[in-house]
Design a protein around this ligand. Structure first.
Ligand SMILES: [Zn+2]
Length: 179
């Protein structure tokens, strides 16, 4: 009986903690997500589709036609803007942009200043010379047709679970200390 109660307690802690981490990540990424939604809604006259854990705009309208010859897509927080509708079907591009979404989740509001700073160091290159692009291009090269776009990131999941568990446990200890 004791073991069952402990297991249940552990499970509840994990679910609460992961929910808290999810909400915190969402809030931490929100300023950039709002930039993405603003750009998507008002500058490409599009409606986003929620897929692979992000909002994807791909109307090809508005400012898209001025940018599509220079870039395939751009990511702000949880928002991926594809400058041509067909790009949103290209899984290799999506794998690349999904990696940027993960970077936004960690760096939050610091992503854009850090990206800009590193852009100066890489002499304006948005290729593999740029440290934040390197990982995204590696993920793109690793992608094999038919595989899932969102691959399980073991390290991220373990950290997510551990942080969630710590948060839940400390909250519960804090609450219990009142009695
Ligand atoms: Zn990129």
């Amino acid at each position: 009986m004791f073991l069952e109660i402990m297991m249940l307690f552990f499970g509840i802690c994990l679910v609460i903690g992961q929910t808290v981490v999810f909400v915190l990540t969402f809030v931490w990424t929100l300023p950039n997500t709002l930039i993405g939604l603003f750009t998507g809604f008002f500058l490409t006259f599009g409606r986003p589709k929620w897929k692979y854990g992000c909002w994807i705009f791909a109307s090809g309208k508005g400012i898209s036609k001025y940018i599509k010859n220079h870039a395939l897509a751009i990511t702000f927080g949880y928002v991926v803007i594809c400058w041509e509708p067909k790009t949103s079907k290209d899984k290799r591009v999506l794998v690349h942009e999904k990696h940027h979404v993960s970077q936004y989740k960690i760096l939050g509001p610091f992503f854009l200043p850090i990206y800009a700073f590193l852009l100066i160091l890489s002499k304006g290159s948005q290729g593999t010379d740029h440290p934040l692009e390197r990982g995204a291009y590696e993920k793109m090269d690793e992608y094999v047709e038919g595989h899932a776009v969102v691959k399980k990131d073991v390290l991220y999941d373990v950290l997510h679970a551990a942080l969630g568990f710590l948060l839940a446990i400390s909250t519960l200890i804090y609450l219990v200390s009142f009695f």
